[in-house]
Design a binder for this molecule. Sequence first.
Ligand SMILES: [Zn+2]
Length: 421
Amino acid sequence: MLLLTNIGQLVQTMAGIPARRRDLRAIECLKNAALFISGNKIIGMGEADMVMPHPIIKDAESRTMIIDCGGRVVIPGLVDAHTHPVFAEPRLVDFEKRIKGANYEEIAKAGGGIRSSIAKVRAADEQALVKSTRDVLDRMLEHGTTTVECKSGYGLSWESERKSLRAIREAAKGWPGTVSATFLGAHVVPKEFEKKRKDYVALLCQQMIPAVAKEKLAQFVDVFIEKGAFSTDEAIRIFEAAATHDLKIRAHVGQLSPAELRPLMRFQPASLDHVDHVTGADVKMLAKSGTVAVLVPGANYFLGGKSYPDARRLIDAGVAVALATDYNPGTSPMLNMQMAMSLACTQMRMSPAEAVVASTLNAAYSLGLNRAKGSIEPPKEADLAIFDCDDYREIPYWFGSNRCWMTIAKGKIAWQRDNKS
Ligand SMILES: [Zn+2]
C-alpha cells in the first residue's frame, strides 16, 4: 500500500471521455490532498485532514509506505500517444541541412529523411534496438510519462519491421509503465520498391499485416499519408487489410500538405495525427466522430516552421484533441511531454488545463486505455507524475527543463529524483 500525503495540488479531470470543448479545460485541483493506492490501483483521495484520521487508513498504516509530497503537484501520468523510438542513430546531417534551408522533400531527395534511418535499423542487432528503445522509455519515465505508444517503421522489410516490433515488446517487458505498439510498415516506400509501389502495398496487406496480427506484435496499424509517402487510396487498401485482421487504425495525415479525411473515417480511426492542414468540412466531421486529433507541435518546432496545427479551431469545433511528442530522429527528437505541453500553450494557444487533459485523458482514450489510465480516480491504475511545482500551470511554464520529481506507475515508484529535498 502506498499513501501520498501533503499534495499541494491534486489535479483531477472532470471531463466526459473523450474531453471536448469546455470539458478539455474542466479540471479541479484538490489542495492539501492525500491519495491512497493499493496494489496497482487508486483506492481513494481527499483532503489530507479528512483522509488521514480515517479508520481504514489508521488500520493500514503499519502496512503502508507513506510519501510526503512536500506540497508538490500531482497529475495523472503523462500519456505519449505518438512516438517512433526504434531507430539506430540521430540524423545530424539532415539537422544541419535543414538549418541551411533545405526543406523536408529536398532532404528526402538527397538521401536523407526516413530512408536514411532504414539501413541502420536493418543492420542493427535486435538486442541493440531493445536497449536503445528501453533507454528512451526510461528517460520518458523521468519526465513523468507512464504510457507510450511506440511505432515501428524504420525497417520496411518484414524481417526488420518484425525485429522493431519485437524490440518494442522486449523493451516494454519489465518497464514499469505501459506500452502500446503500432505497425508503421507504411512509413515510406523503401528504395527497392520505388518503381513498384503496388508490390510494396501488396506486401504490407497480404504478408506483413497478417503476420503482425498472427504474432500479436501490435494493436494498431499506421500509415504516413503524405506526398512522397502514401496516397489516401493506398492507405485505404492498407486499412482494409488491418480491419480484416482486427487491428485498429491510426494515421499521419495533413502534416505537410492537405489531405482528405473523409475516406478514412469508415475505418473509425483511433487517431488522426498532425492535422496541420485540414478543411472546415473535415473539422466538423472529426468533431462528430470518436477519432482523436493527436497534435505534435514538437515536429513543427524542430522543422523550424512558422505555423502550428490550429488547435483552437479544432477544440472550439468540438474535436477531441490530444498531445504527443512524435519522438523520432528526423523531425522531433523530443521525448519530454512537458515540452509538448509548453509548445501547445505558447504556439497553439491551448490553456495549461487543456494541455494537461490532452496529454492524459484524451491521449489515453486514443490508445483505448481510458478505462485504466488518463485520470486520477478509483479504480484506475495508479499512474502519477509528481512535479516540483506549487501550481500545475508551472509544468508548461518552466519550458526546457524537467520539473518531474517522482513518477509512479501501476502503484509503484518507477522513478524519483535523487535529491528529494
Ligand atoms: Zn510520427
